[in-house]
Design a protein around this ligand. Structure first.
Ligand code: PLP
Length: 404
């Protein structure tokens, strides 16, 4: 008789976004006149850059021609894209990452979720609290986290790293040493960043204890401050302890096109085994490569024109972020983020819980955001707004919040 993977039954329901959807639908049904503005979404709204569209068209033409048609892509990515990534994202910043240390994929979510497969199920994991849920859930599915404790909202065998206003939403090194450490900067949901010195402490800690850092830099393109590291490989010794994930989703609006990559340096070994070779084996077995036309579109992002265009889209979102952050502060809220990330993290007023504030905002301003408690217990009494809306909606939402 077939058996299921019972670890899946330990997953708490995807309560957050389904509850938000249900509440908004109910409110709209009872208040059909309300024009609801959604600042809860983590998806981009601007169309693809013209340079990307041109590259897509020409790659489509190639696919329709016998001489230029391409079948299966190389498992690990086309050289033209791996070279462009190594040069533009790493070498130009002084990081010695070579093209063959880059694994092209269809996005960071898959890579962040799948990477745990190359580690034993007896590894302990540490995650930030609050956290992007994929890191924990993918480890739950693999049976690495123990049981869920609904009283605390935590899994028993996971080390949670509190990210609070006191530590600037960048966690302290844990006393109990984890085997795998998930870090994400610029952070979703808090919009916080980590300084290079502090990140260097994590790298030193991981090297000293034989831990591996899984560094999610999906929002790297939003960094505006010079002292904030774009890559963990800017830290000395990161090649022997860190894997980095990147995405074209928020960098260039590829959420629907799908493209990302993972960097695993050849020097990174665990128990004497190269993680690069394990991930190459995994990729080769379970993945048949990102589509040629999408990789050509990704290459176009690195062209001079492509860079200019995607930077101007990012500037558009970051102007929204500025409007939100400043609007909140003027209205008397305590808010952070929005400087190096498209997320603004605000403290709910008085003693309101995250969900109470969600209802309050929906009913009084017709604005939808995301309750911080949905990202972990330390997100309670916080709330996330995103800068991915249109300018018009962002401005109107802030006027309504100010009036509220
Ligand atoms: N990592 C973080 C922290 C994210 O917030 C997201 C998307 O919201 C992803 C990864 C997923 O990126 P992709 O679209 O490349 O799968």
């Amino acid at each position: 008789m077939a058996k299921i993977n019972r670890n899946y039954l330990k997953l708490p329901g995807s309560y957050l976004f389904s509850t938000i959807g249900k509440k908004v639908r109910e409110y709209s049904a009872s208040h059909p006149e309300a024009k609801i503005i959604r600042l809860g979404i983590g998806d981009v709204t601007q169309p693809l850059a013209p340079a990307v569209i041109t590259a897509l068209h020409s790659a489509v033409e190639e696919m329709g021609n016998a001489e230029t048609f391409r079948g299966y892509a190389p498992d690990l990515g086309y050289d033209f894209l791996r070279n462009a990534i190594a040069e533009n994202d790493y070498r130009s910043r002084g990081c010695e990452i070579s093209p063959d240390e880059i694994f092209v994929s269809d996005g960071a979510k898959c890579d962040c979720g799948n990477i745990q497969e190359i580690f034993g199920t007896d590894n302990t994991i540490a995650v930030c609290d609050p956290v992007y849920p994929v890191y924990v859930d993918s480890n739950v599915m693999a049976g690495r986290t123990g049981e869920y404790d609904s009283d605390t909202g935590r899994f028993r065998n996971v080390i949670y790293l509190p990210c609070t206003a006191e530590n600037g939403f960048a966690p302290e090194l844990p006393e109990e040493v984890p085997d795998l450490i998930y870090l994400c900067f610029p952070n979703n949901p808090t919009g916080a960043v980590i300084t290079k010195d502090k990140l260097q402490c994590w790298v030193d800690y991981a090297n000293e204890h034989g831990s591996v850092i899984l560094y999610d830099a999906a929002y790297e393109a939003y960094i505006s401050e010079k002292e904030v590291p774009h890559s963990i490989y800017e830290c000395e010794g990161a090649e022997t302890c860190a894997i980095e994930f990147r995405s074209f989703s928020k960098t260039a609006g590829f959420t629907g096109l799908r493209l990302g990559f993972t960097v695993i340096p050849r020097e990174l070994t665990v128990e004497g085994v190269s993680l690069h070779s394990l991930w190459a084996r995994r990729h080769g077995t379970k993945y048949n490569g990102a589509p040629y036309i999408v990789q050509k579109a990704g290459e176009a992002v690195y062209s001079e024109e492509g860079q200019r265009q995607v930077r101007s889209q990012i500037a558009y979102y970051m102007e929204n972020a500025r409007i939100i952050a400043e609007g909140l502060k003027e209205a008397g809220y305590e808010a952070s983020g929005g400087i190096n990330a498209p997320y603004i993290w605000l403290r709910t007023p008085g003693s309101m819980t995250s969900w109470e504030f969600f209802d309050h905002l929906l009913e009084n301003a017709h604005v939808v955001g995301t309750p911080g408690s949905g990202f972990g217990p330390h997100g309670e009494h916080f709330f996330r707004l995103t800068a991915f809306g249109s300018r018009e909606n962002t401005v109107e939402a802030m006027e309504r919040i100010a009036a509220m």
